[in-house]
Design a protein around this ligand. Structure first.
Ligand code: F6R
Length: 247
């Protein structure tokens, strides 16, 4: 299903409320809420609303475990472009989550350690009972996480090569495309699919053509987000400009 909101603010509040409801429902039965999180510009409003709910409405994150989709490779956690740093600055430093419950793919490990790290990441997610909600943005290549064109529908967490367009889009953050890492560690399409609820968000006219492909286009590895059409548990949350090419 596709839901179109007037603007990213109202859409983000709606998504934050759904996350908060899950957290509270789990608290009522002394259980853990397992969240799959994304970085980038798109989810910032959701995180801001969750912080507001923590500060003003007393929403607690003590029972929350998180797994981020991806991280550049290589990447030091304190670097300005690091997704560890992004998550701390936009969410974790402002709420009462136990930092031991936070997981972001490790951009500092040695190349030969990556396969074992990725298997352990998958195992940790399943040991916590799987992802309750996975939040996604979408890249202009149609990537979800960093699953670029050519990704297999059953792919797991792994080291990937970033598409040239993705690196161009990241160039501003790195002060030039040549400084953008060529690789990343990302959850796979298969990892994302196992989430009980998937919410893909997109704002802005710039996302309209890729959203049209993702929602209405032929299902193909050329546009990895089209695989989401095969899931019963997906919702596309859009602002009006991002939805403007849909028929
Ligand atoms: C980020 C991620 C990416 C972004 C996508 C959109 O963790 O996995 O797929 O969601 O590149 O980025 P923004 O939101 O900056 O347009």
């Amino acid at each position: 299903p596709v839901s179109v909101f007037e603007n990213p603010q109202t859409a983000s509040i709606n998504v934050a409320q759904r996350i908060a409801n899950l957290i509270k429902k789990k608290q009522a039965i002394n259980a853990t809420a397992v969240l799959g999180l994304a970085t980038g510009a798109t989810p910032i409003g959701v995180y801001a609303e969750l912080i507001r709910m923590h500060k003003e409405d007393g929403l607690s994150f003590k029972n929350v475990v998180t797994f981020n989709l991806d991280e550049y490779y290589p990447m030091q956690p304190n670097a300005v472009q690091s997704y560890v740093r992004f998550m701390n600055e936009h969410l974790f430093d402002h709420i009462d989550i136990d930092k031991n419950n936070v997981h972001v793919p490790d951009g500092t490990i040695k190349l030969e350690e990556i396969p074992a790290f990725c298997l352990a990441y998958e195992k940790k997610i399943s040991d916590f009972g799987g992802l309750d909600i996975q939040i996604l943005g979408i890249g202009r290549t149609g990537h979800i996480g960093f699953n670029e064109p050519g990704s297999a529908p059953n792919s797991g967490t792994r080291l990937v090569t970033l598409d040239d367009l993705t690196r161009r889009d990241a160039a501003r953050d790195f002060g030039g495309k040549s400084f953008v890492p060529t690789k990343a560690i990302t959850m796979g399409i298969g990892t994302i699919f196992k989430a009980r609820e998937i919410i893909l968000m997109a704002w802005n006219r710039k996302k309209a053509s890729i959203i049209k492909k993702a929602v209405e286009g032929e299902i193909s590895g050329e546009v990895p987000a089209t695989y989401l059409q095969l899931s019963e548990n997906v919702e596309f949350i859009l602002d009006a400009p991002a939805a403007s090419d849909l028929t």
